[in-house]
Structure formats: C-alpha cells, structure tokens
Design a protein around this ligand. Sequence first.
Ligand SMILES: *[C@@H]1O[C@H](CO)[C@@H](O)[C@H](O)[C@H]1NC(C)=O
Length: 383
Amino acid sequence: MILTQSQVSAVFSAGIVFVFTVVLFLSGYVLQQRTVHSLQAAIRPRLPKPLPAPKPIQPPTLDVKWARPIGAHPEGDEKLQHFMAEQALDWSRLGYVQVVREPLELCSAVMLLADLHKMRSPAKRILLFPRAWLRQMEDETAVDMYTTRRLLKTAVRMHGVTLMPMETIVDGADESLASSYSLASLYSLTTYERLVYLQQPGSLVDPSALDSLLAFSRSEPMAAYPATAEREDMSTSLLIVHPSDKDFRRLKEARTSQAMTDLELFRKAFTTPNSLISEWSLSMGNVVYDSHQLRDAIDGFNATVFEAATTFVRFSDPEIPGPEYDLPFYERMALRPKNEEAREAWGKLYDRFRQRRMEVCGLDLETYSRPGQADEEDEGTEV
Ligand SMILES: *[C@@H]1O[C@H](CO)[C@@H](O)[C@H](O)[C@H]1NC(C)=O
C-alpha cells in the first residue's frame, strides 16, 4: 500500500496526539496515586509499638522519684512471644472510655477522646453518660442542656465517639444526682474485650504505651493503677477492665446493699495486688503522672525527656481547683515549680489544656473565686 504525503502526515499527527494523551493520562494517574497514598498514610491509624522486650528495660531516670522498680514478667520470653503472636487483634473490641456523671465533666471527657482521635489511636472511643440527659435534651427549650447537646454532637461528628447512655447504678436512684452513677457501669459494656479508663481532668501526652497495653495484655477483670509505689492499694486514675455481666451484677449488688465511693466499691470487689497493673507493664515510663510532682523535680530534670517518657498527666495540684479554672496570675506564679525545666513542662500542660478546651469545646476557662462558705458544702462524691 502506498500512502500519499498527506495521509502520512495525518497518521503521524494522530500518533503524536495519541502519545501525548497517553503521557498526560499517565502523569495524571501518577499524581493521583501519590495523593491517594499520602491521604491513606495520613488517615491510617498509628499502630502501637509492641510492648518493650520482656527483659528489664531501664525506666527513664528523670528524677529519682520516678525510678520504679521493674518487676520481671511472670512468663518466659518464648511463652510471651507466642502469646502475642496468637493474639488476633480486633481493634473494634478494644477502646478508651470516659464516664460523665454531670454536664460539668463533659468537656474534659470529650477533650481526651478528641486527643486520642487526633493522635490516631486505633482503639474505639466510648462515652458513657446518664440516660436521663436524652430526655432532657429533647426539650429544645432547656437552655442549660444546650452546651451538653452541642458537646455530645461534636464528640460523635468530629471525633468518632460512640455514645452509650447509662442507668443509675442502683435501680430507681435519683437520675439527676452525679452520685447515682458509678464507674462500675464500665462493666456493662460487654461488647468490648478490654477498655481503658483515664480519670479526668488530665492531659494525654502520648497514648502509644496505652495502645500497647490494650493490644497486648491479657484480659483481667480489673487492672488498676497502683495508688503508691508500694502497690498496697489501687487508684482510679487509670483502669483497664474486661467487662462482663458477672462482674457488673456483682458490683451492682454490692453498691445497692451499701452506699460507697467507686474506689471503695472496687477495693471491696477486687483484691490487691492481684488487680493492679503489673510493674512490668508500668516500666514503660510515666504511664500516669501527677502534675504536682513536677514541683518536686530535682536538678537535671529535662522537659524534653519528660514529655517523651510520659503518657498521661493528671492535674492534681491541690491548691488549684482544676485546669478549667482561670487562676489569678499572681497565684499561678506562686505555685509554679522552682526548677526551670519543670516549670516549662508544668506551664505547657496548663496552657495546652486551656487551648484544647477552646478548640474542642469552644469554652473559655471558668472564672475562679476563692470558695466562700457557700461553696464548701459542695465537696463531694468525687472518687
Ligand atoms: C534534654 O534532653 C535532650 C534530649 O536528650 C537534649 O537534647 C537537651 O539538650 C536536654 N536539655 C537540657 C536543658 O539539658
């Protein structure tokens, strides 16, 4: 076949058009794939680092007070490795839970769950709140429930929180009283295998140690953070629980027969030290740190090392009613740690709380007035 010159050039230009189209398509495709990959990387939950090797690791020696004795893990290395390999991780059955008994507690709880979301913990986020609120919120004219409704909506829409209404722990108790609700309701969440509870108000610095504990620990009915280094008592600052109907019924019955605080209830229902988080698990660093301890920091304290080694800080300065209150400047100055690095860490914790409160809850700090005689009666049922 003989082609004329014009036919040749037509075929030739069609070829060029085709080649360019392919090049354009390919470059677009490559670009798109890159965007998809970076998007996937951005939304992929951060997987927890495995627990530290069962050989004793040195805890960060930031100051002598923190140096916790390291307990040997009860199992041999091989057994543990085997156990970890066997664990089929189902993140939908592992979660962080917050319990709010009154509207005042809601913002701090949502903040913690929002931080877990932001720090890309792969576990679920659950919020237990009084069922009575649902009824009160239906009444659109209830102005006092406006913030509550808004915060619950934000929790679900912005931070992927699952809302779980709870009943009073004693059947028929006054639904409007915070003291009618109990942490024992954690045990009613039986669709979950393990749940971490952190007491508020606090500041989450890095959840990866807790993610590891959730992922790789055996389910125990109760693993509580020890109240002291001597491990003679439990605290409610951090709990890891395995919910079950049996324990829920047991706790409910005990609480019905006698009024008591949650801590008293748990002390009665679970034995110490068996129901404490193992020393080995806590050797990862400062899993729970009390903010007032920063005031005892000794020379050589390093704020960078502190942050890297800390999971959760509980606001516990006895003179400060809570981080949600705006303390007069001079009072705050007087309370700051003397050590320069510790002061920096301390100030950062309170400042961050204030900032997150605004970002997450849209709330400014509460004005604080020294408790008069009127307020003092209000001391309460807090655990
Ligand atoms: C704190 O520790 C970090 C990391 O180890 C180090 O780079 C920094 O210089 C230390 N800061 C002080 C004030 O010693």
